[in-house]
Design a protein around this ligand. Sequence first.
Ligand code: NDP
Length: 280
Amino acid sequence: MKILNGKELASKIKDRVRDTVSVLNESGHGVTLAVIQAGDNAASSTYVRNKRNACDYCGIKSLVYNLGSDATEEHIVNLIHVLNITDYIDGILVQLPLPSHIDERKVLQEIDPKKDIDGFHEINAGKLLIGEKTFVPCTAKGIIKILKENNIQIEGQNCVVVGRSNIVGKPVALELLKNNGTVTICHSKTKNLELICREADILICAIGKPRFFNKEYISPNTVVVDVGIHRLEDGSLCGDVDFDDVKDIVSAITPVPGGIGPMTVAMLMENCVEAKIAKI
Ligand code: NDP
């Protein structure tokens, strides 16, 4: 069994980004990311901190706007409009989830698609669908990257994606399809999920349920990508996959922590640089 080490790969990618940013800085083209957070969701604060640390490491300037949990939709949208027209801001990221009184979808559509480094704007989502160049959502991009860098063939393989969110499931399914995988998308209404998962050569687990996928879902030699992140009561982290139960069956697996999480952040750094380069 091979551990697909996302932490190590993410480090290498961030080194490459840092080199590119350094060249950009020397030619007066510094890269700046604006992060908007509303509320004090503990997990969101951790994600924002991780993104900020990655920016610092790569030499990308990060500006974090923490608007508090009583921020109104109008307040967030007004800030986005200002950031859209601020020339030195290259990327705008709204940390999800937003408080329940705010319409997330509406807010995300206000971001200038050219600065939408998460790739959640309808225009960018549409481009992804028709295979045009765009910002690929970071988790999906990170999954494809970790598979490719570990020489895992996607073309012709049975790829099963469990989860159909706009943030993870759908974009990763589209990216697998673009790479000539044969893709099945499953969700909470899917019948015979175990059976479908056992048919997978590559199984992407993104449902947000701790240790849901045990060995009943996995055939020998499957490559398993565990997207879920959960903090358990003892403070430790686990994924959607029951790692200990499946580790002796799979051919390769991404660990939690140290798998897709760090890859997602590294891809965000890449997308920020892409946004800058597209502007010059
Ligand atoms: P969502 O809650 O938006 O989507 C969950 C999806 O899983 C839905 O499509 C849902 O189906 C499906 N689902 C839920 N329960 C089942 C079930 N029992 N059987 C089959 N399908 C099921 O989650 P996200 O996509 O945003 O995130 C998924 C996980 O990935 C979370 O743990 C999240 O924390 C993690 N995550 C990790 C990232 C990283 O960087 N590693 C980045 C983003 C997310 P339906 O549509 O029918 O409701």
